[in-house]
Ligand binder design. Structure first.
Ligand code: ADP
Ligand code: MG
Length: 156
């Protein structure tokens, strides 16, 4: 399922609406080149989960934790950026897989680097960069199969 955005605010909105189909325990692996709009998407996603503070890039801390206020049963958003990881062990050390068990969602920028740690049951979001400000946002993954209808609505 994909959605094209023409500017950063549209990418934020895509993230905000994507948040509405999340459930406690979800892991979202975000990929796409530097400057694609991953953090922009997460900013919207955080808003969709009712995070009150502004989501900034966690590049230098690897993971930021945000308290959520929503009716989805999601209490915490873990926002990770694994761009600088040297090995998968570092991702394992973040223990995101364990953290999400407790009413949380984890969103991982450069998620493709961390994919082996999380296995099959994840949502994947790929942001592709066009020739101008347009971005194509593709959402997929085994975790998306049982909410295909909601995703189709998100894409349209
Ligand atoms: P990433 O986290 O993938 O490195 P960021 O979200 O930090 O990317 O930055 C995306 C950059 O691209 C921002 O400077 C933003 O203004 C710009 N941009 C231009 N068009 C778009 C768009 N359609 N969606 C998202 N960002 C866009
Ligand atoms: Mg980023």
């Amino acid at each position: 399922m994909s959605r094209v955005t023409a500017d950063p605010s549209a990418t934020e909105r895509a993230g905000e609406e994507f948040a509405r189909l999340l459930r406690p325990g979800d892991v979202v692996l975000l990929s796409g080149p530097l400057g694609a709009g991953k953090t922009t998407f997460v900013r919207g996603l955080a808003r969709g989960l009712g995070v009150l503070e502004r989501a900034t890039s966690p590049t230098f801390t690897m993971v930021r934790e945000h308290r959520c206020h929503n009716d989805l049963g999601i209490v915490t958003l873990h926002h990770a950026d694994v761009y600088r990881i040297q090995s998968l062990d570092e991702v394992v050390d973040l223990a995101l897989g364990e953290l999400v068990e407790e009413a949380a969602v984890a969103v991982v920028e450069w998620g493709e680097l961390a994919a082996p740690v999380f296995g099959e049951d994840v949502l994947t979001v790929f942001i592709g960069v066009g020739s101008d400000d347009r971005r194509t946002i593709d959402a997929d993954g085994a975790g998306a199969r049982d909410r295909a209808e909601a995703l189709a609505r998100w894409a349209s």
